[in-house]
Design a protein around this ligand. Structure first.
Ligand code: B12
Length: 216
């Protein structure tokens, strides 16, 4: 664990992946590698906010990228199929090309056994709803890094309107995230979201709560 954390701090992906392989070669189960090493490592890195200068963006990003890669590779090796915590469609709002925050959230959710469809950046509101229906998603996540893409009529507000118009509000919840929401604690409500999360580390719990509401 110590060596793995050091490799994350050093943004040394090759070493991090080698440590994971050595752990497997030495008999650690794929489940243990993910839940006892990769997830706690990622949460330790991502729990420190970039704005507090505790971790850099590259450390944040790499920890999540490794978690995502290792999780994708090891899940098929689990002794029994893992319980899926929820199904999520995520993307960056229309007109917004900032994809790093969303990518980190995706890594955290995959490592926490959520099934994710990542629609990428600059996603039209209609596409979020279509993809949620195609994949049976319980939650749509919209990332916005700029104030105007968070609040525009083609952003989360439009996703909410489409959900309402199509009678889907009880089946699909809407969560938002990104820098603008940190500076205005009610902004998520103003754009029509059910919830928001300030960091990728807090996203799985917030999304799990929404999944629970949908399944009730
Ligand atoms: C990197 C960056 C870019 C890169 C993006 C690269 C990429 N592939 O993403 C590039 C160079 C392309 C870029 C372009 C632009 N940028 Co820029 N960019 C940034 C910068 C420096 C960092 C953003 C970032 O990645 N943060 C790191 C991530 C990890 O943090 P985060 O996004 O907040 O994500 C965390 C949480 O918010 C949360 N989260 C995020 N999404 C979600 C989603 C859900 C569902 C949940 C639950 C949680 C969640 O989890 C994440 C991980 O913990 C910021 C400044 C800053 N210091 O923030 C400016 C900034 C966002 N950019 C800005 C601007 C203006 C632009 C441009 C318009 C510049 C220009 N004139 O061309 C263009 C816009 C292009 C476009 N249409 O999108 C402004 C926005 C201002 C505003 N008030 O709206 C900022 C704030 C800079 C500034 N101070 O002026 N940018």
């Amino acid at each position: 664990m110590e060596a793995y954390l050091k490799s994350l701090f050093d943004t040394d992906k090759a070493t991090a992946l080698r440590i994971v392989q050595e752990a497997l070669d030495n008999g650690l189960t794929p489940e243990s590698v993910i839940f006892d090493v990769v997830v706690p490592g990622m949460e330790q890195m991502i729990g420190g906010m970039i704005s507090d200068n505790l971790v850099t963006l590259s450390q944040h990003f790499l920890a999540s990228q490794i978690a995502e890669e290792v999780t994708d590779r090891l899940i098929p090796l689990f002794s029994s199929a893992p319980a899926i915590q929820g199904t999520v469609v995520i993307g960056t709002s229309f007109g917004d090309f900032h994809g790093l925050g969303k990518k980190i959230v995706t890594g955290c959710l995959r490592a926490r056994m959520f099934k994710i469809t990542d629609l990428g950046i600059n996603v039209a509101p209609e596409r979020f709803v279509e993809a949620a229906l195609e994949t049976g998603a319980e939650v749509i996540g919209v990332s916005s890094m700029m104030v105007h893409t968070a609040t525009s009529d083609r952003g989360p507000k439009k996703v909410r309107q489409l959900l309402r118009d199509q009678g889907l509000e009880q089946k699909i919840r809407l969560i938002v995230g990104g820098a603008p929401y940190r500076f205005h604690e009610n902004l998520y409500r103003e754009v029509g979201a059910d919830a928001w999360a300030d960091t990728a580390a807090n996203a799985p719990a917030a999304i799990a709560a929404l999944v629970k509401e949908v399944r009730q």
